[in-house]
Design a protein around this ligand. Structure first.
Ligand code: ACM
Ligand code: ZN
Length: 792
């Protein structure tokens, strides 16, 4: 390699100064996110040279003028050049915008670059806007030094290219929750710019919830006077301790108009959400007569689902709905209006005389799979649908609106996985896919929650988001047409600042953008990763707070024959160096450098860090890869499960139970636990040879609010004849959990007289009927989550 370089240099020596000058011109590249449908480099067309005097040429239409200003701003942000805007083509090389050319799909565009012209053509303002965004993202990142030099040389090379693009889905959304934590109007605009950068065209604005009402309603002034403020917020996860700090804020209707226009200029339609009939505590605090009990109520200070909801038997509730929806509908030009409909407990309705009378009057008795109260909820949603239809709007609701029978023209936003979306599409309703299992950006981005800002839970790394395919295999092509698009949600319970919203959004929005834009079956995660660092530079230029897990170590731990665990570490950037320790101390660049897979045969406190060079001799540290391996007689042994875990909580399956890694918290989504529903957990471990054993232990996760309960019976049996006969050595029954029992990790430890075993069978029977004190889930089957079965 070195030899070749030397030769090459000698040959080129005569042209040395020329080469150097050419090399110093920064070059655009088209490795952008989302990657356009078709990018064809056209070397023979030559390079376009962008200079501070390059004109942006466009027509006099408002669309072209607005777009030209965006382009001017974007180029100035990236290069420092303020390009002149003109409606005369002239003879010098120019960027030509045209948003009124025939023949493009509604948001499609073509970006063509040759030595004379950068041409962005589309049939709509939106299409041209996306062409401009692609050009913006293609420009090279300039260091401070390069930028300074630019004022003298002022040249950027744009290689000849032919780009044709159009989005896969018409609905490309992101939801911003401003109810749990208020975002100022300026922050909302910053958010709009951020999603526009990613080619997103819908902002679903979650404006009301238990913890705050955020939009001025002229006919109900108390909604903002009282409902937009809470006197304190719970600390952490409903710890029972409060911060004592008032939190509040709302948008006047004038501010809303300003934000709507700001979004519209960026091809973003804002869909307002007024969440009803649940999630209404802030409204009830302002107007207590609208609740079943009459209150008094307080604006929510804790997170979760409130039992107090709108009284569906009170005629004044319907008047309230009509007036609020009427004002909001007239304010927002969007054809769609989100009416919420999620998480509305029926507890109050069951005992409220007014609600029960309403059920009688409208013959909403239980029918088929729908309870009377579910049908009452459907009655409220249909009412909202009819009201909004008078303003020319169609409703979107969370998938709970399926529960009492779907309103005739409703679009379903599928959040509890994809099942709601599939059911809705199969019954001919439109669907927006937003499954929490892939697109809830309030979930953790990394496995080790301790190294992350507090979040709601879950585990949604970038790769998992990217892997989402929104078209369910269960749908026929005809049914598939009902999938209008895809949306990610940013619930803000744990987003105390807008910086935190950005951190949770980025770079997962980049993955979302590719799901929304790229044609089906054309995405590859490894290829996407190659394009990310270029986008990161743009994030840095915009001072966005983005997560940097891209630079983290990607470990693979596998069992090795004969016992033991092999650690195989990888990083995305080939030049990043990994250093590690085995004693729990923090690795530095003086620790041992990782060069090949490591084998562990006994307890080890493994720590590894990757170092990424950001400037000469200046390094950015990755998060710490941190695993404590505990060895027992079962570690890395063969294990089989008689019943499969639940599909959503299978993760790596059986081997999770003998991987030497013990869950340290109840984050049951973290892949450290596996979860079962309806069937017992029945594991068979092969110890490899006849072995004396006297203890079996495992941990169970208990999160009662999430229907995750302890075992009701545990049996342990051993075999020395390949499973022909089993000798039961433990059989123990457990009482149901009580309301007073705490959530947490429940250790199960079983000691017995030393016994010889080759095979061990561990059976845990889950709770099959959640106790009656659990109002929502009483009588339902509970989940059973288990981790690490140790044998000694
Ligand atoms: C939701 O996450 N409650 C829609
Ligand atoms: Zn009621």
């Amino acid at each position: 390699m070195n030899f070749f370089k030397t030769i090459a240099c000698t040959c080129l020596l005569s042209g040395f100064s020329l080469t150097l000058a050419a090399q110093s011109v920064p070059k655009a590249s088209y490795d952008v996110v989302p990657l356009p449908k078709q990018v064809t480099l056209q070397q023979q067309w030559g390079d376009f040279t962008l200079t501070p005097t390059t004109r942006i040429v466009c027509g006099k239409s408002k669309a072209d003028q607005e777009n030209a200003k965006f382009l001017q701003q974007f180029v100035a942000d990236r290069t420092g050049f303020t390009l002149p805007i003109s409606n005369k083509r002239g003879k010098t090389p120019a960027i030509v915008l045209n948003s009124a050319e025939k023949g493009f799909s509604p948001e499609g565009y073509r970006l063509r670059i040759d030595s004379a012209t950068v041409s962005i053509a589309a049939s709509t303002k939106a299409g041209a806007f996306y062409g401009i965004q692609t050009l913006r993202k293609s420009l090279p990142h300039l260091s401070e030094k390069e930028r300074a030099a630019m004022t003298k040389t002022g040249k950027i090379a744009l290689p000849g290219v032919d780009i044709n693009d159009a989005p896969r889905f018409a609905y490309r959304g992101t939801m911003l929750d401003v109810a749990r934590h208020f975002a100022t109007a300026d922050s909302v605009k910053r958010f709009i710019d951020m999603i526009a950068l990613h080619g997103i065209n819908r902002m679903h604005w979650h404006l009301t919830d238990d913890q705050g009402w955020r939009i001025e309603i002229k006919q109900f002034p108390e909604l903002t006077k009282i409902g937009s403020h809470r006197s304190a917020t719970v600390i952490g996860k409903n710890t029972g301790k409060y911060d004592g700090k008032p939190h509040g804020g709302f948008y006047t209707q004038e501010q809303c108009k300003d934000i709507i226009a700001y979004a519209a200029a960026r091809n973003i339609v804002i869909i307002p959400e007024i969440d009803l009939p649940g999630h209404m505590l802030a409204a009830l605090a302002a107007y207590p007569h609208l609740g079943c009990t009459g209150g008094p109520y307080e604006v929510g200070q804790i997170w979760g689902v409130s039992s107090d909801v709108l009284c569906a038997g009170n005629p004044q509730t319907y008047e309230f709905i009509d007036k609020v929806l009427g004002e909001v509908a007239q304010l927002f030009p969007s054809n769609y209006f989100h009416i919420g409909g999620d998480e509305c407990p029926k507890t109050r309705w069951k005992t409220c005389p007014k609600c029960q009378a309403m059920i009688q009057k409208n013959q909403l008795q239980a029918e088929g799979k729908h309870s009377a109260e579910e049908r009452l909820q459907s009655y409220v949603i249909r009412h909202a649908e009819n009201t909004l239809a008078r303003y020319g709007k169609r409703i979107i609701g969370w998938d709970e609106i399926l529960e009492g029978g779907l309103a005739p023209n409703a679009t379903v936003m599928s959040w509890r996985g994809e099942a709601g979306g599939i059911e809705a599409a199969q019954s001919g309703h439109d669907v927006i896919m937003s499954p929490n299992t892939y697109l809830y950006f309030d979930y953790y981005q990394a496995k080790d929650a301790k190294q992350e800002p507090l979040a709601i839970g879950g585990y949604l790394p970038l790769e998992r988001v990217y892997s989402y395919e929104p078209m369910p295999a269960a749908l026929t092509p005809e049914q598939g047409k009902h999938i209008l698009g895809v949306q990610a949600n940013l619930w803000s319970e744990y987003f105390k600042t807008h910086r935190q919203t950005e951190y949770m959004a980025l770079p997962r929005l980049a993955a979302l953008a590719e799901i929304q834009w790229r044609p089906q079956g054309t995405r590859t995660y490894s290829e996407f990763l190659k394009r990310l660092p270029k986008l990161f530079k743009l994030y840095e230029e915009q001072n966005y707070n983005f997560a940097k897990h891209y630079y983290d170590i990607m470990p693979k731990y596998t069992a090795i024959a004969g016992g033991g665990i092999r650690a195989n570490l990888q990083v995305n950037e080939p030049n990043d160096a990994i250093y590690y320790t085995l004693d729990g101390t923090m690795p530095t660049q003086q620790s041992t450098r990782y060069t090949q897979p490591l084998d562990f045969k006994s307890d080890v406190k493994f720590r590894a860090v990757a170092f990424h060079e950001v400037a000469p001799n200046q390094y950015q540290r990755s998060h710490v890869e941190k695993e404590d391996f505990h060895f027992s007689k079962s570690t890395a042994r063969n294990i089989t499960l008689v019943n499969e875990p639940h599909a959503s909580y299978k993760f790596d399956g059986a081997k999770t139970l003998v991987d030497g890694l013990v869950a340290s918290n109840t984050s049951y989504n973290s892949s450290r636990w596996i979860g079962f529903l309806e069937k017992p957990m029945e594991a068979i471990i092969d110890l490899g040879e006849n072995t004396t054993v006297s203890q079996v232990a495992f941990n169970v996760c208990v999160e009662k609010g999430d229907w995750i309960y302890d075992a009701r019976r545990v049996e342990i049996a051993v075999s020395t004849d390949g499973g022909k006969t089993w000798n039961t050595i433990v059989a123990k029954d457990y009482a149901p959990l009580t309301e007073a029992d705490k959530n947490g990790i429940k250790p199960h430890v079983y000691d017995f007289a030393p016994t010889t075993a080759r095979l061990l069978k561990i059976v845990a029977q889950p709770e099959t009927s959640i106790p009656s004190w659990h109002q929502e889930a009483a009588g339902k089957q509970a989940f059973f989550f288990i981790d690490e079965i140790t044998v000694n």
